[in-house]
Write a protein that binds this ligand. Structure first.
Ligand code: SF4
Ligand code: SF4
Length: 311
């Protein structure tokens, strides 16, 4: 995985240098996610206080059962929003709105800036600040933070200890697990894989009007190790051949959780992050008048299912 990681970070650096158009949008979406996570307990809409029992619902003190009911309803609303999004755009939430996935990007940002000490330090601080805030937001759903002011020494130590432990998990996610967690271990991601694949909107590969120049940048940058050019194609069964997928199989990472024969390649694994689209655009900036073959768009299922994906 090391070589793959290096390739990805190098192409990310090139994309950033040439003006990454998705960067601002991604920051806005992730900020919105974080604000929602913070706002619910901060506005005292819901809190299930596991430490001192100061449960809240719509600003009023409630008992455990009512607090639990409010918590379940809040989770159902959040789930409904992400589910509706994923029905249309697949695992869009994984690629754009999930703070855990974003922590992997912050880890990559540190590596991107490793040659410039001050910027490297700034990237570390930004990452630590994001992880600390995210963990605090999650914990605020489960504990009344005023315990840090008027709680016992033990209570303060436990709350700070749990926060530090979870922050360490964030560190591991940024620098050790990275997108491998999103690809193969995240329970929410695994759930989305099965319920929201084959969506009408996704990554589209078309060699018209301009052909692919086979530079390989899109494959190398993909954080979940799939070939964006083969997305949506049927995975061949035993004895069946597919030109693109044979090429793919030759370099496929067996850990990538590829769909079994008979299913559609990559639909459930692609987190719709758009990195491949940005890489392709970056390559085509030096080819004025030509159109990058990769883009977000409406997926032609019929065409993909016959294997006539690229023309
Ligand atoms: S959008 Fe592209 S880069 Fe991102 S996961 Fe899907 S295929 Fe890979
Ligand atoms: S980045 Fe674009 S041009 Fe390069 S291989 Fe991928 S689709 Fe083809």
């Amino acid at each position: 995985m090391k070589l793959k990681d290096d390739h990805r970070v190098r192409i990310l650096a090139a994309v950033a240098t040439r003006g990454a158009s998705y960067q601002l949008l991604r920051v806005l979406v992730i900020t919105l996610s974080l604000v929602i996570l913070l706002a619910v307990p901060a506005a005292e809409l819901v809190r299930l206080d596991l430490w001192r029992g100061n449960h809240l619902l719509l600003g009023e003190p409630v008992d455990f059962v009512e607090g639990l009911g409010g918590f379940v309803v809040s989770m159902l609303v959040l789930w409904g929003v992400t589910f509706a999004t994923n029905i249309v755009v697949g695992r869009f939430f994984c690629g754009w709105g999930c703070p855990v996935g974003y922590v992997s990007r912050l880890g990559e940002d540190v590596r991107l800036k490793k040659r410039k000490k001050l910027r490297w330090l700034g990237a570390h601080l930004a990452g630590a600040g994001f992880v600390g805030t995210f963990i605090a937001a999650i914990m605020a759903w489960w504990v009344d933070w005023r315990v840090l002011i008027d709680g016992s020494l033990t209570a303060k130590a436990v709350v700070v200890g749990v926060w530090l432990l979870l922050c360490f998990g964030g560190f591991l996610h940024a620098f050790v697990w990275k997108f491998g967690f999103c690809r193969s271990a995240c329970p929410i991601g695994l759930y989305y894989r099965f319920v929201t694949s084959r969506t009408p909107v996704g990554i589209v590969f078309s060699q018209q009007p301009s052909p692919c120049i086979e530079c390989g940048a899109c494959e190398k940058i993909c954080p979940v190790d799939i070939d964006p050019k083969s997305l949506g194609q049927p995975v061949p069964g035993p004895g069946e051949e597919s030109m693109d997928l044979a090429r793919l199989a030759a370099g496929a990472d067996l850990d990538a959780g590829l769909a079994p024969p008979g299913e559609v390649y990559g639909d459930a694994e692609c987190i719709r992050c758009g990195d491949c689209v940005e890489a392709c655009r970056m390559i085509f900036k030096s080819r004025p008048g030509e159109t990058p073959p990769l883009r977000f768009g409406r997926v032609d299922r019929e065409r993909a299912s016959t294997g006539v994906h690229a023309s």
